[in-house]
Design a protein around this ligand. Structure first.
Ligand code: FAD
Length: 290
């Protein structure tokens, strides 16, 4: 085993300088709930861990532009306990609450869940459905990108050399909006999604859907944004036919693998069911605001 260095910078500038100088063997270290397991199993052997939990921008939650910005290293538990954020984005918080046990949630972060780039990561479909933006910093400065552009495949992201995620913006919501995330797992807790579905929508005063975003997890090499499924809702009252069209479009977008937890056929079918049920919850939440 070769030498590994550990650094805990207190500023973004210092973190980027460490990552940029590190020859590609550096890893951002947030909660460590994925990273430590991968290191112990020998899957990765970083030369440098850059612990980002001491950097204020990665640890705060604040209102911004009528929505919320939260740091990439805010823990799942801290998010779940933030009442105002949870009441504006209940579907995102439903997803965050599904990450592991209480102990895991006390360490796990949304930044780590996203950048670990598992297609089955629970917070990611909910964040994509929400239209969340990620703020990235690197040697060339800052940029903002939609969350769906970050994972590119299992364990792979679009982040460049020396880049890291600083924070996320959950946008302001129009009135009569609702979101929801559901996952299918064989066990009720401490399991990895066989399928996950996030739905976020807005209704007008007549109950017609004016905006929608649908995202699916664990049915492709990365979490998918599925515009065809959203199109099944937009411009319609959310009745049984619209939900059936949504389910069909969600199933059609899947390109899953077979594995011990589910066959392709099962995942394709369940993706439609989960998307439909998540949409029903999102509609119910939106209607409560009328
Ligand atoms: C027992 C157990 C149960 C679990 N259950 C679930 C579950 O139900 N659902 C689920 O989705 N996950 C689950 N997980 C996986 C894990 O907890 C989550 O993926 C978690 O959100 C990862 O966050 P972290 O802060 O611990 O990331 P870390 O382990 O610190 O990092 C993960 C990866 O992301 C990178 N990274 C972290 N932060 C940043 C950043 N700001 N910028 C760039 N790169 C970054 C790291 O370099 C690393 O490659 C479970 C894990 C365990 C151990």
């Amino acid at each position: 085993m070769s030498e590994m260095l550990y650094e805990a910078p207190k500023t973004l500038k210092a973190a980027v300088a460490l990552l940029a100088a590190a020859n590609g063997r550096a890893k951002v270290f947030a909660g460590g709930t994925d990273l430590l397991i991968q290191m112990r199993s020998g899957r990765i052997e970083p030369g440098l861990l850059v612990d980002v939990k001491g950097i204020p921008e990665l640890r705060s939650i604040a209102q911004e532009k009528g929505g919320f910005r939260f740091g990439a290293a805010v823990t799942a538990m801290e998010l779940a306990e933030h009442q105002a954020l949870a009441s504006m984005w209940p579907g995102v918080i439903d997803a965050v609450k599904l990450i592991g046990s209480i102990q895991v949630k006390g360490r796990a972060t949304v930044g780590g869940n996203l950048c670990n780039a598992s297609p089955a990561a629970d917070s990611v479909p909910a964040m994509i459905a929400a239209g969340a933006l990620a703020r990235i910093i690197g040697p060339n400065g800052k940029r903002e990108v939609p969350v769906e552009e970050i994972p590119t495949g299992p364990g792979r992201t679009s982040l460049g050399h020396g880049e890291m995620v600083v924070s996320f913006l959950l946008p302001k919501r129009p009135r009569r909006s609702g979101d929801a995330y559901l996952r299918f797992t064989p066990r009720t807790e401490m399991d990895i999604a066989v399928v996950g579905a996030g739905v976020n929508l807005t209704l007008n005063a007549k109950g017609v859907c004016t905006r929608a975003r649908v995202s699916l997890g664990a049915v492709a090499e990365r979490v998918l944004l599925v515009p065809e499924a959203a199109a099944a809702l937009i411009g319609h009252r959310i009745n049984a036919e619209a939900l059936e069209r949504l389910a069909a479009a969600a199933s059609a977008a899947c390109r899953p693998i077979d594995d011990k937890r589910g066959t392709k056929e099962f995942r394709i079918k369940v993706a439609g069911v989960m998307a439909r049920r998540a949409a029903e919850i999102a509609v119910e939440r939106a209607r409560r605001q009328i």
